[in-house]
Design a protein. Structure first.
Length: 117
């Protein structure tokens, strides 16, 4: 199989119910990954351009589901299945989907932000 231009790592980490951080899987990332794969295949981008992969925790659980895009060094958060067509549109145009980009403060645990950490 050919190396793709981009890889989308979709966090599908699942923590037990009741964990304060939550988890991407509990917020729909498994379905998100499936929708991304289907959309990429429908547009025939999956063979040479973009591959949607699963990953474990990306350390931004509170803003999940999260997607890391390499080699672009882009992180998306709060992504839903409904965002998939627009996200794939942006990938096709070699652009970022700014409204889903994670800001630096999104990587801080909410407890750290409250304590100034």
């Amino acid at each position: 199989m050919a190396r793709r231009r981009r890889y989308l790592f979709v966090c599908v980490n699942r923590r037990p119910d009741g964990q304060p951080r939550g988890s991407c899987a509990a917020r729909g990332s498994v379905e998100l990954h499936a929708a991304l794969k289907a959309e990429l295949a429908a547009r025939q981008l999956d063979r040479f351009e973009v591959r949607a992969c699963t990953s474990s925790c990306l350390d931004a659980c509170w803003v999940g589901p999260c997607i890391a895009v390499t080699p672009d060094d882009v992180f998306y958060g709060r992504v839903t299945v409904e965002d998939v067509p627009e996200l794939v549109d942006a990938l096709e145009r070699d652009q970022r989907l700014d409204r889903l980009l994670l800001a630096p403060e999104d990587f801080l645990d909410p407890k750290e932000r409250r304590s100034g950490g």
